[in-house]
Design a protein around this ligand. Structure first.
Ligand SMILES: NC(=O)c1ccc[n+]([C@@H]2O[C@H](COP(=O)([O-])OP(=O)(O)OC[C@H]3O[C@@H](n4cnc5c(N)ncnc54)[C@H](O)[C@@H]3O)[C@@H](O)[C@H]2O)c1
Length: 234
């Protein structure tokens, strides 16, 4: 039996991914800075870990504590809704440190185990990676970086038997988006921009992650699977 390590596992998307991967029979290692918010282990196949993806030692310690690691899911992330001029450099660097460098730290720490176990990485990027949205400068840059990190790692690590892919959803109801989804004006504008007319369910993100992690996707690496209800078509 193999193990999936999920960062940001206390978040709405992380929880949905845990449910989807748990249903496939994988062991789960749930990791987050906010361990109190992690769901208690549902069974003996689940472990929980305090993790700060901005801390290289923390990343290494969590990876070392996980047996049989075959899947890394990078779902830890933060959003700061500020324009370019409102964003100070320290904030810009912090958002990149969590969303981009954090995924890189985790990927490097996990590489030996993933290479040994024929593993995969799936990261949660965003439509912000390729659609320029106002008021989220650092976030958009971090997700653009995460998408390209995905392609570069896929290229470099294919020879090690590691597939690297990402999922890029538009807005998903979660703590990260509770503020904007409580704003009727935002909801009206956003739903008008999404041809399918609905936010993306965390369960749909999880299903995409489960597919990319599965043997059914054995031919797929370096890809960004967009879940945007058609937002990027027009
Ligand atoms: N909600 C959306 O609309 C949406 C859309 C596209 C992509 N995403 C991405 O999906 C991922 C999950 O987001 P979510 O919507 O579930 O948000 P969320 O805020 O519910 O979850 C994010 C989780 O990341 C954890 N985290 C933050 N900093 C961390 C760190 N330094 N180390 C470890 N864990 C840390 C938080 O404690 C939290 O549990 C994020 O990467 C986010 O950018 C979200």
């Amino acid at each position: 039996m193999t193990t999936a390590l999920i960062t940001g596992a206390a978040g709405a998307i992380g929880q949905a991914i845990a449910a989807a991967l748990g249903a496939t029979g994988m062991r789960l290692a749930l990791a987050d800075t906010d361990v109190a918010a992690l769901a208690p282990p549902a069974n003996e196949r689940t472990t929980i870990h305090r993790l700060d993806v901005t801390d290289e030692a923390s990343c290494a310690a969590v990876v070392a504590a996980v047996d049989g690691l075959s899947l890394l899911v990078n779902a830890a992330g933060i959003m700061v809704r500020r324009t370019a001029l409102e964003t100070d450099v320290a904030t810009f660097q912090h958002v990149l440190d969590v969303n981009l460098t954090g995924a890189y730290r985790m990927a490097k720490a996990a590489h030996p185990a993933l290479a040994a176990n024929g593993g995969a990485i799936v990261s949660i990027s965003s439509t912000h990676a390729f659609l320029a949205a106002k008021n989220s400068l650092a976030y958009g840059v971090s997700k653009a970086g995460l998408s390209h990190l995905t392609r570069l790692l896929a290229l470099e690590w294919a020879a090690d038997g590691i597939r690297v892919n990402a999922v890029a959803p538009t807005v998903v109801p979660s703590a990260m988006t509770a503020d904007v989804l409580a704003d009727p004006g935002y909801v009206d504008r956003k739903m008008a921009a999404i041809p399918l007319g609905a936010p993306i369910a965390a369960a749909h993100v999880a299903a995409a992650v489960a597919y990319l992690a599965s043997p059914a996707a054995a031919s797929t690496t370096g890809q960004i699977l967009v879940l945007d209800g058609g937002e990027s078509l027009a």
